[in-house]
Design a protein around this ligand. Structure first.
Ligand code: NAD
Ligand code: ZN
Length: 347
């Protein structure tokens, strides 16, 4: 079968022909209907060869949707033909975090060598993939897999990031979204639907700002040296109530810390260069600001996000590519040329 694989660090992924897998006991084989490309893939691909932690060759794709093609022995909770999306941050299923659905924070995953598909285990950028356990599948019914697959990360991650700030996002509050890309454009829609906050989006081109407004941002501001002043001109003295950084480089973290107001939240979701950080101290920011850096989201939250999609409140922007053009999808992602999410669809 065809697969988009990371073959060596700091190089483009490759379209390769590999063996079709078959499900072992307890596993599920999916025939892939859609796979999303995430900026985190780009981060992984650009890591230095020395100390590279991912097994190569590795099939990419941690956002997957498919139809159950075959179940391994002992699997009774899903059946062939069901259309599903894959919950990606696989855990042990047994520890205290996993028991709360927070498999993204599994205490045993590292020790048990459990990795998410596309980030260690073989991912969804292929004709078929193996899912380790049926609990990692969420049925999507008649939702379109192509528009739904980004919700497994570009939807779930902002949802998990936004939820803890919702009690603060009351009438008259302000939410700032840095980066209106795959994650950011869904974050804006979730904030619009889940809160009455005024939403200010920042990005680096007028095109992206127009896109942010088209998905629901009330205001759009260029992310440049004047950004803090320009955002504060909108928020007034109180500053922003909650800031979500979907970029994570030092300049955006500095903007986030510069616009947040007293008792506000700063949530750093973007990985940036992997080392940028916020400075926190008694006078480093307004009083009682909370800073968080979450990773992905809970299994229960993916079900909630799919329910939001069923309610028709999320309009996910996708650019569609064939598996043969999967490498091109990653090129466009790296060049910042996408509107929304790149989704690869096998023929
Ligand atoms: P993307 O490429 O689709 O979107 C990034 C957006 O940020 C683009 O619109 C780009 O124009 C904009 N941008 C770039 N530089 C900017 C700047 N200086 N100021 C404002 N905007 C800027 O990426 P994505 O797939 O949405 O991922 C966003 C980030 O989140 C990446 O760093 C990714 O690795 C990370 N991520 C983290 C998690 C997590 O669990 N913490 C999960 C998924 C993705
Ligand atoms: Zn991702």
């Amino acid at each position: 079968m065809k697969a988009i694989q990371l073959v060596k660090p700091q190089a483009e992924p490759e379209l390769r022909d590999i063996d079709k897998p078959s499900p072992g006991p307890g596993q599920v084989l999916l025939k892939i209907t859609a796979a999303g490309a995430c900026h985190s893939d780009d981060f992984v691909m650009n890591l230095p060869a020395e100390g590279f932690v991912y097994p190569i060759p590795m099939t990419l794709g941690h956002e997957g949707a498919g139809v159950v093609a075959e179940v391994g022995s002992g699997v009774t909770s899903v059946s062939e033909g069901t259309s599903v999306v894959v919950y990606g941050p696989w855990g042990c299923g047994v520890c205290a975090f996993c028991s709360r659905g927070l498999e993204n924070y599994c205490s045993n995953a590292a020790e048990l060598k459990i990795s998410p598909p596309g980030l260690g285990a073989p991912g969804a950028m292929a004709e078929y993939m193996i899912v380790d356990d049926p609990r990692h599948l969420v049925p999507i019914g008649d939702l379109d897999p192509i528009e739904t697959v980004p919700l497994t990360d570009a939807g779930l991650t902002p949802y998990h990031a936004i939820k803890p700030s919702l009690p603060k996002l009351v009438g008259g509050s302000t939410a700032v979204v840095l980066g209106a890309g795959g994650l950011g454009h869904i974050a804006i829609q979730m904030l619009r639907h889940l809160s009455p906050a005024r939403i200010i989006a920042l990005d680096v081109t007028d095109e992206k700002l127009e896109f942010a407004k088209s998905v629901g941002a009330h205001e759009a501001v260029l992310s440049n040296a004047d950004a803090v002043a320009n955002v504060r001109a909108i928020t007034g003295k109180e500053g922003a109530t909650a800031v979500f950084d979907f970029v994570g480089y030092q300049p955006t973290i500095d903007i986030a810390m510069g616009v947040v107001g007293t008792m506000g939240d700063v949530t750093i979701v973007g990985i940036g260069d992997g080392v940028a950080a916020a400075k926190v101290g008694i006078w480093a920011q307004p009083y009682e600001v909370s800073v968080r850096a979450p990773y992905w989201g809970a299994r229960s939250e993916l079900i909630e996000v799919i329910d939001l999609a069923r309610d028709g409140v999320l309009d996910v922007a996708v650019e569609r590519f064939s598996l043969d053009d999967g490498v091109e999808a990653y090129r466009k992602l790296a060049a910042n040329k996408l509107r929304g999410r790149a989704v690869v669809v096998p023929d």
